[in-house]
Design a protein around this ligand. Structure first.
Ligand code: FES
Ligand SMILES: [Fe+2]
Length: 420
């Protein structure tokens, strides 16, 4: 059971909050590259960590991420004209470049002098892994981006989707590391995997995973052990990257899922769901499989909202639930959303009212790691993970090993090749 004040500490992410400060020590994906499809395209609203921003791609292809509200009288730059290397406010014509410099004040006779002091907030950005990333923290602490292969692989190696999830980031991220739920939420009633899914059958045969958890330089290595016949164990070894991502194991040579969780504000978050094979392009068959509604949900066209959502009870099919699938809800992400979106009755889960068991060990470890990092930062101790981008170069793995192998021995670490 978590103290209510610790729960508050973890879920509040706006400017001036402790967890918000921790997130602001890391590069975060804030939108898909496709959302800014070409130079001088339409500006886009970006809401992240409780801040309202506007993104645009200028005439030279550079990306700007500015305070949404003009420095003059705070009109919304969303209405702005993206023209000739800058975004021009349509209220009185002031113009800003991607670095936030005010480059034109056309409504004042001394505008050329005034503009020197009218710059706006502009955050550094970069494009990586078909996503646009931003750094919202102190400039002098700006780190290198995490060296995770998923974020570096060419576009041919992945399918990616952005989903807006109507709830606090933390409960969704807890679902990502919760190996136990796979045996139930994502199963068929006959204890087989969902058609089109990529989960080892052992997850459905042994529903009581045992955890081996290793704190690492990037976060946590989370190994869930299940029986795989009399002589072997199945190991699903996921990687949790502090503070925002989980690499989820898939059996050998299958693409694996990465879920990145970025808070929009305290009650909403972005999910970047990435299905990747880091070593090779995805095959046509794999891409087709990924579009079947199980690995990626169907979306409402022109939005980042899933077709199956809270307003329609995720299109739950009770007859299907009685006879075929455990939930009666079609896809894996929709099944996840249904159970995590309103845990405890609202968009922010109240962790002081839970009853945890050993199956929740990974979640306990993650919460503690985040709490320790937040409390350290409150004391002025910077998170070392932010400055250790190279440590983030890890993979998840789903494998079967003889029962005698000890994951902590080092031999097993070699066997598993968890570090690329
Ligand atoms: S409010 Fe933007 S130019 Fe006046
Ligand atoms: Fe899940």
């Amino acid at each position: 059971m978590m103290k209510p004040e610790d729960n508050e500490l973890l879920v509040r992410v706006g400017p001036g909050t402790a967890m918000g400060a921790l997130f602001r020590r890391f590069w975060l994906p804030v939108m898909l590259s496709d959302e800014l499809s070409e130079p001088d395209c339409t500006p886009v609203r970006v809401n992240v960590l409780g801040e309202k921003l506007i993104a645009f791609r200028d005439t030279n292809g550079r990306i700007g991420l500015l305070d949404a509200y003009c420095t003059h009288r705070r009109a919304n730059l969303f209405w702005g004209r993206n023209e000739d290397c800058g975004l021009r406010c349509v209220y009185h014509g002031w113009k800003f470049d991607v670095d936030g410099n005010c480059v034109d004040v056309p409504n004042a006779p001394d505008g050329d002098r005034l503009k020197q002091n009218m710059s706006t907030i502009a955050y550094p950005t970069m494009e990586r892994g078909s996503m646009i990333w931003a750094y919202l923290g102190p400039r002098e602490l700006m780190p290198a981006p995490p060296a995770t292969e998923v974020f570096e692989a060419p576009a041919s190696h992945r399918v990616i989707r952005k989903i807006v999830a109507r709830g606090n980031y933390l409960q969704f991220m807890e679902g990502d590391i919760d190996s136990s739920h796979v045996s139930f939420l994502h199963s068929n009633v006959d204890n087989t995997p969902l058609a089109g899914s990529r989960v080892t059958p052992f997850a459905y045969q042994d529903k009581t995973p045992r955890w081996t958890i290793k704190p690492t330089d990037y976060g946590l290595m989370l190994a869930a052990q299940r029986n795989a016949g009399p002589d072997n164990y199945s190991w699903r070894i996921n990687q949790w990257l502090l503070p925002f991502a989980t690499l989820i194991a898939a059996p050998k040579d299958w693409p694996f899922t990465t879920n990145v969780r970025v808070p929009i504000d305290d009650e909403n978050s972005m999910q970047f769901r990435i299905w990747t094979h880091p070593d090779r392009p995805l095959t046509d068959k794999e891409i087709e499989t990924s579009q079947g509604g199980v690995i990626f949900p169907e979306m409402i066209p022109g939005t980042f909202e899933t077709k199956e959502n809270a307003s329609n009870d995720y299109l739950i099919d009770r007859e299907n639930q009685r006879t075929r699938t455990y939930t009666g809800i079609k896809g894996i992400p929709s099944q996840d959303l249904a159970v995590t979106q309103d845990q405890g009755g609202g968009p922010i889960a109240d962790r002081s009212r839970e009853r945890l068991t050993s199956s929740d060990t990974a979640i306990v470890f993650m919460r503690k790691r985040l709490l320790d990092a937040v409390k350290a930062l409150q004391q002025g101790i910077e998170p070392p993970e932010a400055q250790n981008a190279a440590a983030y170069r890890v993979r998840p793995i789903d494998t079967v090993l003889p029962r005698g192998v000890d994951l902590e021995s080092g031999t097993a670490a070699d066997t598993m090749k968890i570090v690329a």
